[in-house]
Design a protein around this ligand. Structure first.
Ligand code: SF4
Length: 313
């Protein structure tokens, strides 16, 4: 995010998804940069919000000058970035800041490094699983003995997945079950997997507030290195030695992301940090844990339900 903000302030056009647009960087705390791409734009930075990478390609073609696309996402968004790259449809004036991350490795990281987080089951993300296939989550049951259910996004999907986890808990089982069969197959979208593998290699990558996680990110292969904005602008990529804690002071996003704290444990929650005026990264995207909690559980609904069920949360 800091790289994108700096380029935007230097006049390079930065294309961004709408949720990333408001995401705070980390260098603003030292007074070096605007806080987000939104603030950069307000201060005269060159930023354009797009719905997709294809929109960025179309715009960059007609713009004709130096541009970058801030590609933030997971397995779900990477194919849309990789496909035009592999097909040679990215104009030479458009480069990509590739910060796509992989979800199974971060889950394995939590199991291995955050033992205080004890899980009765895992709802595997349905949208990611459409690409990876349900098979990507088999390690949860096989290696860690935890029930795992690939779930869709309708309330009935989530309830069925929780029911299956409870059933396995009562039966003393740990299996992988695919509840979201109308969208997710065992193998996943093999076409998308091939395009990603053609374009990128899997590398150790930094996660915000957490640090480097083994084999959890994607980097352009040598053949596509010309697309990499870091190469094009001579910007050094992060490495484990140069990475430093990059969450705004007082924000507990890293603990929230790892399941070590609830959003309500954060003193900023719904005080200095709200969905309309986010302070930390977990409050920015509609899918961010703090944002979800604020919109659906922040009034104490989750706590009330837990109390009624006699569950300690
Ligand atoms: S409420 Fe805001 S400041 Fe607190 S952890 Fe969540 S995103 Fe960070």
């Amino acid at each position: 995010v800091d790289v994108a903000i700096r380029l935007a302030m230097d006049g390079v056009k930065v294309y961004s998804y709408g949720d990333v647009y408001k995401l705070p960087g980390s260098l603003y705390r030292q007074g070096k940069l605007p806080r987000s791409l939104a603030e950069a734009k307000a201060q005269g930075g060159n930023v354009e919000v797009v719905y997709s990478f294809l929109d960025a390609i179309r715009s960059a073609r007609s713009y004709g000058r130096d541009s970058v696309f801030l590609a933030v996402g997971f397995e779900t968004t990477m194919p849309a970035t990789a496909a035009p790259a592999v097909q040679g449809r990215v104009p030479p004036n458009l480069k990509i800041i590739n910060v796509n991350r992989l979800t199974p490795p971060i889950m394995r990281y939590i199991f291995d490094n955050v033992p205080e987080v004890r899980l009765n089951g895992v709802l595997a993300p349905g949208h990611v699983s459409t690409i990876t296939g349900a098979k990507a989550w088999s390690f949860v049951a096989e290696d860690y003995g935890i029930p795992v259910v690939v779930a869709g996004f309708e309330p009935i999907d989530v309830m069925l997945a929780i029911l299956e986890i409870l059933r396995q808990n009562l039966a003393g089982e740990a299996k992988l079950v695919n509840e979201y069969r109308r969208a997710v197959t065992w193998e996943g979208n093999t076409g998308a997997q091939k395009i990603i593998a053609e374009c990128c290699e899997v590398v150790d990558s930094a996660w915000r507030g957490i640090g480097f996680v083994p084999e959890s990110g994607l980097k352009f292969r040598e053949k596509y290195a010309a697309l990499d904005a870091l190469n094009a602008y001579g910007i050094e990529d992060l490495d484990p030695d140069s990475w430093s804690y990059d969450i705004p002071a007082g924000c507990r996003c890293a603990e929230v992301t790892l399941g070590k704290a609830k959003p309500t444990d954060c003193p900023m929650y719904l005080k200095g940090c709200t969905p309309s005026n986010p302070y930390g990264p977990c409050m920015v995207s509609l899918e961010g844990t703090c944002s979800v909690w604020a919109r659906y559980g922040g009034a104490g609904i989750a706590r009330k339900i837990a109390e009624e069920l006699g569950i300690d949360i």
